[in-house]
Design a protein around this ligand. Structure first.
Ligand code: C2E
Ligand code: CA
Ligand code: CA
Length: 582
């Protein structure tokens, strides 16, 4: 018998001497091998690269291109071809290259860089002149576009995230004929914490990806799927009077055994469904309909969990008449203001370079006489929608500024800042700047110690008034920070129009640091861009030492999160300040 031709081929030698620069990475995009061509081209030795993240080979602007486009294509289609990149050598000089890549068996990826043909000097000359003019603008636009894109997708599963989903629902619902049946299914995996605990984080991620794959496969054309929480998914679409049978199908598909590292695993889920019939097309307000349905389906999902899990419940108005609930809650919030039931807790922020306390973020709490301490998630939305936020917010500003003044009055106190959350509605209120100005004056406080945290939504909602207010505040010396940066729609272009001193990188990106290439690239470019325009950067939701170390390496100025401290009661602030942190 003829020997198999492959018996005689030494694939190792082929790889080593292969044409172009070859790089193999594992599922985390950590480099596991490179060929000789790449080493000669870049000047690295093999040990420099093995174990480092792939993006190390790219400059910051290309990292955004990589995470926003190449990584996503690889995830979705398994390959990338002919994308122009700059390859960074050991000497930090740029080498023009075209990138080809394919995801091989399992999760390994093979990348090939091919040198781009050198241009003749006259061609080069012409192009350089044109580029010079386009460059800064194009780079900025690209960064914005990719950040905006990334903000719409879930990095782990390549599904939409909540904000991507809501945007698409609006597009979907507008095109539906009247009397369509429209359903929202919220799917929560059962005991996912235990799954994670026994399979490890990487195993848990595999489970989530598999569930995502099954949901996407199940959803016929016209359905939207999203991952909206750690272990929560949403399926939305027109159901043709089969909404409830579809719920059954979803649960069956999830609970079919799956293989995780050669281990057979069965996970189950609880599902809540909200089904509506669109009465007449004129009456649809797609965005509020989508949010209402999502809330209803989530309530139903928790009902399903409460009744033993691995089952589904349909939302019925009997167990949540949300309008009645809201009216009652509004009355209670008014009473809370009158009866002094609001509190602030203060979460410490660490100055990374000096390792000392930078200041505190003031976080609102409601000390409810029957239900105990309630976090803002339970009431801030309604407070904002009803307009009561102006009163609640004014209360919070006063309490926080008085507290800040007290802390800074202590003998030998080093300056401590306080950050105050300001909602979109407050930012549009012409009285805000006066209020803050008067409080700063009355308390004889250095205004630079006060930072107002606003969201991208706040900037966009009533842009003209927001701008006027921010300018007034800025002129008084008060600092302005963009909260949850990267999750909204504003992007860098917006920022240059507003006086902004600080960017606060959202905790969801911090959680992906060193885990997801995309999150890592987003954090990196946020820090780079912020510093380039003279803003300081705070990373929030920092929970691990590894995240802190990575952020320090990237040059982040301030961190905040459970690693350093949870939010503290007012009385604990003094002792926190006097104790060193390691
Ligand atoms: P935010 O401004 O993004 O606040 C950060 C939230 O993350 C806080 O939740 C905080 O307790 C939590 N957190 C802090 N460190 C970590 C961590 O390491 N890991 C995790 N997983 N979470 C962490 P909280 O206190 O429930 O506040 C929620 C939101 O409510 C705030 O989000 C802010 O948007 C809003 N809010 C809080 N206080 C006020 C206020 O006085 N006025 C207004 N308008 N909004 C407020
Ligand atoms: Ca905040
Ligand atoms: Ca935040």
């Amino acid at each position: 018998m003829q020997p198999d031709a492959t018996d005689q081929i030494d694939y190792e030698v082929l790889f080593r001497s292969g044409p172009g620069g070859l790089v193999v990475t594992d599922s985390d995009d950590t480099i596991v091998d490179v060929n000789d061509h790449l080493l000669i081209w870049t000047g690295f030795v093999r040990e420099d690269l093995i174990g480092s993240p792939f993006v190390r080979l790219l400059p910051p602007a290309d990292r955004i291109l990589f995470s926003g486009r190449a990584a996503r294509l690889l995830h979705l289609e398994g390959r990338v071809s002919d994308m122009s990149f700059t390859l960074l050598g050991k000497d930090r000089a740029a080498r023009a290259a075209d990138l080809f890549a394919s995801r091989v068996r399992g999760a390994a990826t093979l990348y090939m860089f091919v040198p781009r043909r050198e241009r003749h000097s006259d061609e080069e000359h012409l192009i350089r002149a044109v580029r010079q003019a386009e460059r800064s603008d194009a780079l900025r636009r690209e960064a914005e576009l990719d950040l905006k894109q990334a903000a719409q997708y879930d990095a782990l599963t390549a599904m939409f995230n909540r904000s991507g989903l809501l945007t698409r629902i609006v597009e979907l619902a507008v095109g539906l004929p009247p009397l369509s049946e429209f359903s929202t299914f919220v799917v929560g995996l059962d005991h996912f914490r235990i799954v994670n605990g026994s399979l490890g984080r990487a195993g848990g991620d595999q489970v989530l990806r598999e569930v995502a794959k099954r949901l996407m496969a199940l959803s016929a054309d016209g359905f939207l799927t999203a991952r909206v929480g750690d272990d929560e998914f949403v399926v939305v679409g027109r159901t043709h009077a089969r909404g409830t049978t579809f719920a059954e199908t979803i649960l069956e598909s999830i609970s079919a055994p799956m293989l995780v590292d050669e281990l057979e695993v069965v996970v189950t889920a609880s599902l809540g469904a909200s089904v509506v019939r669109l009465e007449s097309s004129e009456r649809i307000h797609p965005a509020s309909m989508a949010e209402t349905q999502m809330r209803q389906a989530t309530t139903a999902m928790y009902e399903a969990k409460a009744s033993g899990r691995n089952c589904w419940k349909l939302f019925t108005s009997v167990f949540d008449d949300s309008t009645v609930d809201e009216i009652r809650l509004l009355g209670e919030i008014r009473a809370a203001l009158a009866n002094d039931q609001f509190r602030l807790e203060y979460q410490p922020q660490l100055d990374v370079a000096s390792g000392t306390l930078h200041g505190y973020e003031a976080l609102l709490r409601w000390d409810h006489p029957e239900r105990g301490l309630i976090g803002p998630a339970g009431f801030i939305d309604l407070t904002e929608r009803s307009g009561l936020i102006n009163q609640v917010g004014a209360w919070a500003c006063r309490a926080a500024i008085e507290q800040c003044a007290a802390l800074n009055r202590e003998p030998d106190a080093r300056p401590v800042t306080v950050s105050i959350n300001v909602s979109a509605r407050q930012l549009a209120d012409p009285r805000l700047a006066d209020l803050v100005g008067a409080l700063v004056r009355d308390n004889r406080l250095d205004p630079a110690l006060i930072t107002l945290e606003i969201t991208e939504t706040g900037l966009i909602t009533d842009s003209r008034r927001a701008h006027r207010n921010l300018k007034l505040l800025h002129d008084q010396g008060v600092r302005v920070s963009i909260d949850d940066f990267g999750t909204g729609h504003a992007g860098f272009a917006y920022l240059k129009d507003f006086p902004v001193d600080e960017l606060k990188i959202d905790g969801s990106f911090v959680a992906g640091l060193g885990v997801s290439v995309e999150d890592t690239a987003i954090v990196t470019s946020c820090i780079d861009v912020a510093h380039a325009v003279g803003m300081r950067v705070v990373a929030e939701g920092v929970e691990t030492r590894a995240q802190l170390d990575r952020l320090a390496e990237l040059g982040c100025d301030i961190i905040q999160g459970y690693l350093y401290s949870t939010p503290l009661h007012r009385d604990a602030l003094q002792s926190f300040m006097s104790e060193p942190w390691r």
